[in-house]
Design a protein around this ligand. Structure first.
Ligand SMILES: [Zn+2]
Length: 87
């Protein structure tokens, strides 16, 4: 048997609300205890992946600011010129 923690009324097992005062019952029931789902162990991201994530974050911020097009245009030009020099 369970008892309402608010009004002390005796309540049948399995009832979720006290029929007298309507309080939600915090009845200790084994079914409420669920085992923590085991998270699959994910491999530690490599430095490169971390850098990619950081870059993506920066890109998304730049997109919000509306600077993405200008920024990539400058970057592409610099990159192309660097490649020319390299070649
Ligand atoms: Zn009650």
């Amino acid at each position: 048997m369970a008892y309402c923690g608010k009004c002390g009324n005796q309540i049948d097992e399995g009832v979720k609300f006290c029929p007298v005062c309507g309080a939600a019952l915090q009845v200790e029931q084994p079914e409420a205890v669920q085992p923590e789902p085991q998270q699959p162990v994910q491999p530690e991201p490599t430095a490169e992946e971390k850098l990619q994530q950081a870059t993506q974050t920066i890109d998304s911020v730049a997109q919000k600011l509306g600077n993405t097009a200008e920024h990539s245009a400058v970057y592409d030009k610099t990159d192309a010129e660097a490649n020319k020099v390299m070649a």
